[in-house]
Design a protein around this ligand. Structure first.
Ligand code: 9MR
Length: 473
């Protein structure tokens, strides 16, 4: 199968070198010898394993893991129309170039994302009044210019992104409203002419399982094929919710493959209501495993891309407040159970020699723990100022925290900063501020408050963090 053979090319030697380099400089736990290397495992199975990246972050630990673990990268934003042509006729390729250059330096393929999309258009385009003829030319010129620039360097292009509504009707984007469905065919034809080697994809979300939207995509692809439109693949974004991975995913991928196109999971993440419990992270492991396995079970599935590999680079918390923990690595770049779920789907088995590895069979699993230091910084006749440091001594990141304690001698909180502190009777409750909600494993958060006291100002002796008792120091 062509796409699988292509995906198995020389990447593995390069990735071993990259992984070794990371281990030598000791930057990141996941690249140590006993840890699985997703790109090698995927390559051996004939698929690629990719991640969306933020180009400006491609150095340090973020860059090391990106290079070591993945054999395909997708610029999350840098190739979008608004990024590359913010002013009509003025192109800024710096961000996109950075991603493509990184990929080539690390033996990776690039998924180009995305050419024609209703969102993240430059203002001149979104708000401009163009005749239908003019708009069609603007669109095909854009496709031609961008695809030509990266000719021979992009393995997949998301030519048209998110053309459908949830009910399966065509989304009334500027392109559809003015040009009708033929805008899709025109975009694909322009892309093919500009780079005959790139595989050309249509890409959408909530088409992962069967349903009205997926059925509409199926019909659309049938129509395009019948018209001889040069479409090579269908991308299924895979923005999923814990517990709601469609049971029809594999069968859905297969029916598209049976139309004679490639399929790929292009933007996988599995979001969880925060804070994520150990049980939820274990379920997420199983679900990452299931999605990866579904791709492997479909011969024409070219690969899987996660939409950001680390929770510190995920769009989810910004768009779905209170949800997150959606990617395979935590915010401190520690592999989560999901990472091992992917690796196991790709055929990795624990060597048995590292019972401490998170996610390994027989390991103790993620640990939780906290330590609190409480200090009265100043005290006057009836008032005092205190400072509290909360340390995450567990092995997984916290995404949102609540600290509780009971006052031993009738104190009360009058004003707080860097946390919201409320009081009920003798019990005080401090909830994180937005900026210190995330505490990576080994990290800490700090807040302070003014309080009132009379008679005595004995320090609290016990604290709980998210309901679990903390050590005090
Ligand atoms: O991850 C991207 C995020 O940084 C941007 O702010 C956002 C703007 O819409 O786009 C995100 O990526 C989207 C992708 O391009 C298309 N599918 C949905 C993704 C998440 O919104």
């Amino acid at each position: 199968m062509g796409s699988r053979a292509a995906a198995s090319r020389a990447a593995s030697l390069i990735s071993v070198l990259a992984a070794t380099a990371v281990a030598l400089v000791g930057l990141a736990a996941p690249a140590q010898a006993a840890e699985p290397v997703l790109r090698d495992l995927a390559s051996a199975k004939g698929i690629y394993y990719g991640t969306a990246v933020t180009g400006s972050k491609l150095s340090g630990t973020y860059g090391s893991i990106t290079g070591a673990q993945f054999d395909s990268i997708t610029p999350a934003n840098e190739m979008k129309w608004g990024s590359v042509e913010p002013t009509r006729g003025t192109f800024n390729w710096a961000g996109a170039d950075r991603v493509v250059d990184f990929a080539e330096a690390n033996g990776q393929q690039v998924r180009g994302h995305t050419l024609v999309w209703h969102s993240q258009m430059p203002n001149w385009l979104a708000n401009g009044n163009f005749s239908n003829t003019e708009l069609r030319t603007i669109m095909t010129d854009h496709v031609t210019t961008e695809v030509t620039r990266y000719r021979g360097r992009i393995h997949h292009w998301d030519v048209v992104n998110e053309p459908l509504n949830e009910d399966g009707t065509m989304r009334t984007s500027k392109f559809y409203t003015q040009l009708g469905e033929s805008y899709i065919a025109d975009a694909f034809r322009a892309a093919r002419a500009a780079d005959p080697a790139a595989k050309l994809y249509i890409n959408d979300y909530n088409t992962d399982g069967t349903g009205p939207k997926s059925n509409a995509m199926y019909s659309l692809v049938q129509r395009l094929k019948a018209q001889g439109v040069p479409i090579d693949g269908v991308g299924f974004q895979g923005h999923l919710i814990l517990g709601q991975v469609p049971s029809t995913l594999r069968a859905n991928l297969q029916r598209f493959a049976d139309l004679g196109v490639e399929v790929a999971i292009t933007e996988l993440d599995i979001r969880i209501a925060l804070p994520a419990s150990d049980a939820e992270l274990a379920q997420q492991k199983a679900e990452y495993n299931a999605v990866t396995s579904a791709c492997l079970a479909v011969t024409r599935c070219a690969g899987v891309t996660v939409w950001g590999f680390t929770d510190s680079d995920s769009w989810i918390p910004d768009v779905f407040p209170g949800q997150g923990a959606a990617t395979p690595y935590d915010e401190s770049f520690r592999p989560k159970p999901a990472y091992y779920g992917i690796a196991e789907a790709l055929g990795w088995t624990d060597d048995g020699g590292d019972p401490g590895d998170p996610g390994d069979p027989g390991d103790p699993g993620p640990t939780t723990g906290c330590a609190v230091s409480y200090a009265v910084q100043s005290q006057w006749n009836t008032g005092f100022t205190a400072n509290v440091t909360v340390r995450n001594t567990g092995s997984t990141a916290l995404n949102g925290w609540t600290l509780r304690w009971t006052w031993p001698s009738g104190q009360s909180v009058t004003q707080a900063w860097n946390a919201t502190v409320t009081q009920s009777g003798a019990q005080a409750t401090a909830v994180n501020a937005a900026h210190n909600a995330a505490i990576p494993a080994g990290g800490s958060a700090n807040f302070g408050f003014n309080g009132a006291w009379s008679g005595g100002n004995t320090a609290p002796s016990a604290f709980t963090l998210n309901g679990a008792a903390c050590a005090t120091s």
